[in-house]
Design a protein around this ligand. Structure first.
Ligand SMILES: *[C@@H]1O[C@H](CO)[C@@H](O)[C@H](O)[C@H]1NC(C)=O
Ligand SMILES: *[C@@H]1O[C@H](CO)[C@@H](O)[C@H](O)[C@H]1NC(C)=O
Ligand SMILES: *[C@@H]1O[C@H](CO)[C@@H](O)[C@H](O)[C@H]1NC(C)=O
Length: 367
């Protein structure tokens, strides 16, 4: 009897200290892997961290086997994150951390979120040899978010709809620049209605721009909300925002820089090394230098420099908890070792054209 009491008492003490611990050290990992992380050594400490991570991300597992499996992966990822962070050579270099993908193996991540992007055969025909815009004396930095031309970062969920969010983002940008209105547009309409793209099975931006052009417009997110799954096309979708054409940048960084100074631009990159990215300038670890291989479609919304490193500002569709509030900084202005840019970012950039119909305060900056 008394030994049972003692055991109960011990359990009680354990519970109390566990609860106290989780309140006392809420930031053990919330700084995305900086700070205390590297000091964790014992398996109990890592287990504690795993519990906290689960609480923060509302992650529950169906059974103890699944939890044990996830804990194993989490441990392996933590080791990898610490190793990579320890090799950082400068404060501006990118960091990895225990983000929402921390219980997925790299193989699962690739399976769920990345797939080789296929270029359509008529892609080359849209290439622009010379940009219509003025490409001399471009500003040192551009950030379309500051000009109110970028909507909130979205979360694609378990649906490979990155291509659709890249397309809505590019149209939202040019629509704001040309009309002065920032309107969040419907990625779900593209998933449901564009037969030439592949819904949640992934895709590229090219056909979806074509859909919006041919359809005479696209509906808003408010009218036609995102559901993160394939659906049937709503025939009553309204044509709220239209575009007139789609053009493709010539493949050079110079051409891309010029166009990004005029509007947000759709691009594709190889995102294999970005599972645990939590900020800083990504230099292309895990990307092949001499390759056009791409796995993720996203949106360049600006460029800048920090500590002598030049970068693109890239909006993703992995939610605000990923990266720098949903954004990625990726290196630009690199040597000829990267003929297609870091992670092939220059290789297949495209942008919508919208004819000017009314005066806008941003127009002088855009044209
Ligand atoms: C969604 O639709 C595409 C075709 O448009 C198909 O290839 C894919 O398997 C579908 N995905 C799901 C989860 O049903
Ligand atoms: C990325 O590269 C590192 C070595 O630099 C390697 O250990 C790791 O497995 C690679 N990750 C992926 C997802 O390929
Ligand atoms: C690229 O880097 C060089 C110095 O390394 C700098 O002089 C040049 O202005 C940079 N170009 C751009 C477009 O930022």
């Amino acid at each position: 009897m008394s030994s049972q009491m003692a055991r109960l008492f011990l359990l009680f003490i354990l519970l109390v200290s566990f609860t106290w611990l989780s309140f006392a050290f809420p930031s053990a990992y919330s700084n995305h892997g900086r700070g205390k992380l590297h000091k964790l050594s014992s398996e109990e400490e890592v287990l504690q961290l795993f519990q906290e991570w689960q609480n923060e991300h509302g992650r529950k597992y169906g059974n103890p086997q699944e939890k044990a499996k996830r804990f194993n992966i989490f441990q392996r990822n933590l080791r990898y994150i610490n190793e990579m962070n320890a090799k950082r050579k400068s404060p501006t270099q990118h960091r990895l951390g225990l983000n929402k993908f921390a219980d997925m193996s790299p193989e699962e991540f690739a399976e769920t979120y990345l797939k080789q992007i296929e270029m359509p055969s008529n892609f080359e025909s849209r290439k622009v040899r010379k940009d219509d815009g003025d490409c001399e004396n471009l500003p040192d930095s551009v950030d379309w978010r500051e000009k109110g031309a970028v909507t909130e970062v979205r979360d694609q969920g378990d649906c490979q709809s990155h291509w659709a969010f890249s397309v809505t983002g590019a149209i939202e940008g040019i629509n704001k620049i040309v009309t002065g209105n920032l309107v969040t547009l419907s990625a779900q309409e593209l998933l449901d209605c564009d037969p030439a793209s592949h819904g949640c099975a992934g895709g590229f931006y090219f056909n979806a721009f074509g859909y919006v052009i041919d359809n005479g417009g696209i509906d808003t997110e408010a009218n036609y909300p995102y559901r993160a799954k394939n659906g049937t096309c709503n025939e009553n979708a309204k044509k709220v925002v239209s575009i007139d054409n789609l053009l493709v940048v010539d493949g050079t960084e110079k051409g891309l820089l010029c166009r990004v100074s005029k509007q947000p631009v759709s691009v594709s990159i190889d995102a294999t090394g970005l599972q645990f990215y939590t900020g800083g300038v990504y230099g292309g670890d895990n990307c092949t230098k001499n390759s056009r291989f791409a796995t993720f479609v996203c949106l360049i919304v600006g460029y800048g420099s920090v500590g002598g490193e030049d970068y693109w500002i890239v909006k993703t569709s992995w939610g605000k908890e990923w990266g720098e509030k949903g954004y990625l900084l990726i290196k630009r202005n690199v040597s000829e070792e990267w003929p297609y840019g870091v992670c092939a970012i220059n290789a297949a950039a495209g942008y919508p054209i919208k004819k000017v119909s009314s005066a806008s305060p941003l127009l002088s900056a855009a044209i």
